[in-house]
Design a protein around this ligand. Structure first.
Ligand SMILES: C[S@@+](CC[C@H](N)C(=O)[O-])C[C@H]1O[C@@H](n2cnc3c(N)ncnc32)[C@H](O)[C@@H]1O
Length: 272
């Protein structure tokens, strides 16, 4: 098999950790996502996945986070036929493949151009109206490519922590100002998690730096008129914890009782 050599570094490299997590989860008997596209992609990439430091427990954590964001996105699409999805920092995530968006959905996968190059070589496009935009989400022009006429679900997993707070704020404000209504669905680190970033092998080994931590999800409501926080789920309390391999389950249970530690990460849902 012709394998793709990957030489990405920094935040771009970290998408291999989340991809690998979904591939490992997919091999589990009680897989959360059953993402066989991730498994196939991993087999086709020439890369030392040991650098990610991902194990069965951390893989399950990534899969559960992905599942919650999938469920929220799917629910939004069911309630808003013909909506637009902005899937930012898509990396090699096959969210559109997993969800099979209803006909009439407009789906945009956005990430840095070099990431999308690799994506196009490794993954088939999902069915339906599908677009790729190669750009940094902190840039000005990319959002103009997306028609502003429909409700939007902006879903971004594993992105906010790589942004500086002022860039995250601007992103939230630009999306909320552009579309008639919508939801923002994303995960974040808390400031304690940002302080502990060197303990995360995928971050340390890629040379990436995490910047933005959110301790009070409700603070963002003041960033745009009508922005409301609907859900703020601690990562340590992710629904379906029962899917976790047993040793990981115990450490999560312990973490969920420790102040500060239990706020290392959250999965957030806002409406506007
Ligand atoms: C941890 S990975 C997550 C990838 C994917 N969401 C997943 O869950 O597999 C981080 C991703 O954020 C992307 N990223 C980081 N900063 C970005 C920016 N300013 N604009 C667009 N993408 C960015 C990286 O290229 C990488 O694909």
């Amino acid at each position: 098999m012709n394998r793709e050599r990957v030489t990405l570094t920094g935040p771009q490299e970290t998408m291999l950790a989340t991809l690998y997590s979904r591939a490992l989860d997919s091999r589990e008997r009680h897989s959360v996502l059953r993402d066989h596209w991730a498994e196939t992609a991993v087999e086709r990439i020439d890369y030392d996945f040991g650098r990610t430091g991902i194990n069965r427990a951390t893989a399950a954590g990534v899969a559960l986070r992905g599942k919650l964001l999938d469920d929220w996105t799917g629910r939004f699409l069911a309630e808003h036929p013909g909506a637009t999805v902005l899937h930012l920092a898509c990396g090699l995530d096959t969210r559109a493949h997993r969800l099979g968006p209803p006909p009439g959905t407009r789906w945009y996968d956005v990430d840095h151009p070099e990431v999308l190059d690799l994506r196009e070589r490794l993954l088939p496009p999902p069915p339906g109206e599908y677009h790729l935009i190669g750009a940094s989400v902190t840039g000005d022009a990319w959002l103009d490519e997306v028609p502003a006429d429909r409700p939007v679900a902006a879903v971004f997993e594993g992105l906010s922590m790589y942004l500086r707070e002022e860039d995250g704020k601007r992103l939230v404000q630009r999306i909320a100002a552009r579309f008639p209504s919508g939801e923002l669905l994303f995960d974040c680190y808390g400031s304690f998690g940002i302080r502990l970033q060197r303990l995360v092998p995928a971050v340390r080994n890629s040379g990436a730096t995490l910047h933005w931590g959110i301790d009070d999800p409700y603070e963002l409501e003041s960033w745009h008129d009508g922005l409301r926080c609907l859900d703020a789920v601690r990562s340590v309390d992710t629904p379906r914890l029962v899917d976790f391999p047993v040793p990981g389950r115990w450490s999560l249970r312990m973490m969920s009782h420790l102040p500060r530690v239990r706020d290392v990460g959250r999965i957030l849902r806002y409406a506007f």
